[in-house]
Design a protein around this ligand. Structure first.
Ligand code: 13P
Ligand code: SF4
Length: 392
């Protein structure tokens, strides 16, 4: 069996400042939010023992959910790990847990709050764990776009669809306009359902997931899709373009997956003959088109579990997950698609000191960092989330 140390190559440091590993603050963005409590020092040698003890003391009162992009030091304490879809299902399926500690990002914790009972508390160990893609669609901008579609007389034909990676108020907008939420593992099913309800889809906020699903999985032409730029009057589109389009894509993207390029795919194919290229659908269209396989984080994990021993894989998604998969499969050559590191800096905000702090606060009878969605928004967003959970 091959030794992983001979096959896994750590990517070099990115030349961009990505606020790695949760160190430092950025006062100009939500990532600058300080923790309201006394965090244990990252160098504390007892962190693992403290997290274990706090979790044991809480017993069934706490349930810890962990997204696949979380750090190893955190994911080891998750009761369930999963992609966005599985974590939403799991949050909804734990009515007896008093506290859901969500090791993921803000929009996931909001969805968990919406899907859990009113007396359950959802806790995000670091409030600075946001998502830059979710921030790219602001409710006021989306409502302005919708009013423009109303002026054009096309809203009756449009079904709004939002990716899970959006704020609760965007999900609320979609719910009150008879749309649906989707994740990267059910986007095609959500679009199939939507095109049974109407003839156009307004897809928020990830242009790439929308375009990749419509073109590569549903047989649409690139010309069927238009890109609505919220920073331009009328999205930068003519009335005719909007009237003719089948997919109106919001101009949003994931900056982590946006780092993978067609050059990275070409380069790895040259360097490793026979390599399988496996990417997340948040990657750009040309990258996904050039890849061999595409799917959510859960799909990526299953594909590598099932891959034959000795096969080679270049994986285009967040680095914590790819490194963990490479270490878990020493008999397969698993490499990172890009030459430089590519962490999600906000997922990385949840580190062991924040998790220990949140769990110990709960043991002490204080409930920190509760994520709460107001009742009206939660009700409307739930309509769109329930529609997703009910997709055939
Ligand atoms: P999935 O885990 O649903 O594939 O989503 C990836 C992601 O970007 C989460 O933020
Ligand atoms: Fe948001 Fe991209 Fe990070 Fe996912 S990987 S949480 S989409 S920034």
């Amino acid at each position: 069996m091959a030794d992983v140390t001979s096959t896994w190559t750590e990517p070099s440091n990115t030349p961009l400042s990505l606020l790695l590993l949760g160190k430092g603050t950025d006062p100009a963005s939500e990532r600058g939010v300080d923790c309201p409590g006394d965090l244990p020092a990252p160098s504390d040698p007892d962190l693992v023992a403290r997290a274990t003890a706090a979790k044991a003391a809480l017993g069934d009162r706490v349930f810890v959910l962990g997204h696949h992009y979380q750090r190893d030091e955190v994911i080891q304490f998750a009761d369930v790990t999963g992609d966005s879809f599985k974590l939403a299902q799991q949050a909804a399926a734990r009515p007896d847990a008093e506290f859901i500690v969500f090791c993921g990002v803000h929009f996931m914790a909001e969805s968990a709050d919406i899907l859990t009972k009113p007396d359950q508390k959802v806790i995000l160990p670091d409030l600075a764990a946001g998502c830059s893609m979710a921030d790219m669609a602001v409710l006021g901008q989306v409502e302005t776009a919708w009013e423009h579609f109303q002026d054009l007389g096309i809203t009756d034909q449009i079904v709004p669809v939002t990716y899970m990676n959006s704020s609760a108020d965007i999900k609320g907008f979609v719910g009150r306009n008879k749309g649906v939420v989707c994740t990267s593992s059910n986007a095609k099913r959500a679009l199939d359902w939507s095109f049974e309800q109407g003839s156009k889809v307004f897809f928020l906020p990830d242009q790439h997931l929308g375009r990749n699903t419509a073109v590569l999985e549903m047989g649409f032409d690139l010309d069927d899709c238009v890109l609505y730029d919220p920073h331009k009057p009328h999205g930068g589109l003519t009335g005719e373009q909007l009237t003719d389009a089948r997919m109106i894509l919001w101009r949003g993207h994931c900056s982590v997956h946006g780092r993978f390029t067609l050059d990275s795919v070409r380069e790895v194919r040259e360097r490793v003959p026979g390599v399988n290229v496996l990417v997340h659908p948040e990657c750009r269209h040309d990258v996904v088109k050039a890849a061999d396989y595409v799917g959510s984080t859960e799909y990526i994990i299953k594909a590598l579990d099932a891959a034959p021993s000795g096969s080679a894989w270049a994986v285009g998604t967040e680095l914590n997950l790819v490194r963990r998969l490479a270490l878990a499969h020493p008999d397969k050559q698993i490499m990172f698609l890009d030459r430089t590191v590519c962490y999600c800096s906000t997922m990385n905000r949840i580190d062991l000191p924040h998790l220990v702090w949140a769990l110990e606060e709960l043991v002490a009878g204080r409930v920190p960092n509760v994520i709460t969605v107001d009742e009206k928004t939660a009700h409307e967003a739930r309509v769109a989330l329930d529609q997703m959970l009910a997709l055939p």
